[in-house]
Design a binder for this molecule. Sequence first.
Ligand code: DMJ
Length: 478
Amino acid sequence: MGHSHSFPELKFRKLSVLLSTFIQFFFLQMMKFAWDNYKQYALGKNELRPLTKNGHIGNMFGGLRGATVVDALDTLYIMELEEEFQEAKKWVEKSFDLNVNGEASLFEVNIRYIGGLLAAYYLTGEEVFKSKALELGEKLLPAFNTPTGIPRGVINLGSGMSWSWGWASAGSSILAEFGTLHLEFLHLSELSGNPVFAEKVMNIRKVLNRVEKPQGLYPNFLSPVTGNWVQHHVSIGGLGDSFYEYLIKSWLMSDKKDSEAKKMYDDALEAIEKHLVKKSAGGLTYIAEWRGGILDHKMGHLACFSGGMIALGAEHAGEERKQHYMDLAAEITNTCHESYARSDTKLGPEAFRFDAGTEAMATRLSERYYILRPEVVESYMYMWRLTHDPKYRQWGWEVVKALEKHCRVEAGFSGIRDVYTTTPTHDNMQQSFFLAETLKYLYLLFCEDDVLSLDDWVFNTEAHPLPVNHTNFKASVQ
Ligand code: DMJ
């Protein structure tokens, strides 16, 4: 017998469907506004500068252009902004030039360009996205020519020469960079039939499994020459973050067959919980950073993705751990929400601290900015999908109101320099991840669960959806 609903319940459901339809429509106009302004003032550059109404190229993508186009493709498609999607596709077909010569971040090119192209291909079946992804993937391979096979962080896309970031200690590679290639590279092997991409990332795993982990933790800097850690700094925020994310997502993307990735994730999370997870005097749970055994009681905005990640993993933890991890995920997400709620703009700072009486607020001037980052709404989206607690939609809507009030300017959306003043200065930058991630996660927060269902898709760290391998990849994980 079917489940019957009482009249008030039905009326309420209809109302809430109406409301979420209205809200979804609201996101479409935000996305359209962000895209239209980029198109008008910066098409072919990497990002829009919405105050000066021009484009920004920057130095992360080694001469590649159109980061916002490639990052925005799947969001435009999912939101059914058909005309805008066609404009973006046309740019990729006609103007996206891969024959460039410049220093690129292997990580950024992978998560934004390869991830964006792969997702666009899987969603639409359009060959152009696949062939560009494969062509670009080939150009990244020389970065892996090191004694250990751990890639260096920077690569010249023309010459294939690669080196480490000048700021990374002693020529080291960064955990969150070489640890955030797995999902995309497996798809590159699958689509090309060439196992080389999968081999490269499986080798990274091998090196990581071989090296001793201090207290079971993964430090952020590893030498690509010796395969040893260079510094004992551990963080679930910047420099470490998406390495952990890709472990659990590798397992999910393999249709739960890649048990090695699951074990690495479970062990890493256990160590993180044991050594890094703390509760503040005011009862807020946070994840501290670790410097050779000493804790820094700070959480970066970037670390706020972890609420969503832990919730995603919780579902698949043993019966006795499930609730525990769901609670932990909810507590961390709540703390990140507090970092927003305690600011005057209702947007969160780049980093917030838990020391000397401070709770979830930035204490340094240099940490008060907000650059349209997605991690907090990303966790709201996962928490909503996995619990259906309406507070996550309410919190998402608070972010939307704050974005509209403080970040919308005449020609796009801009980051702000200080979240603790209601008359903030704008940083004149509309980051490409605002279109790829922030707006996509907000939109999905108000969609039905079957729109990009978590059973069938995993989101790369730039929110580009990649399909779960229900049919066994040819170049499958051993
Ligand atoms: C994005 O490029 C990705 O989410 C990455 O994992 C971290 N930094 C930005 C967004 O904050």
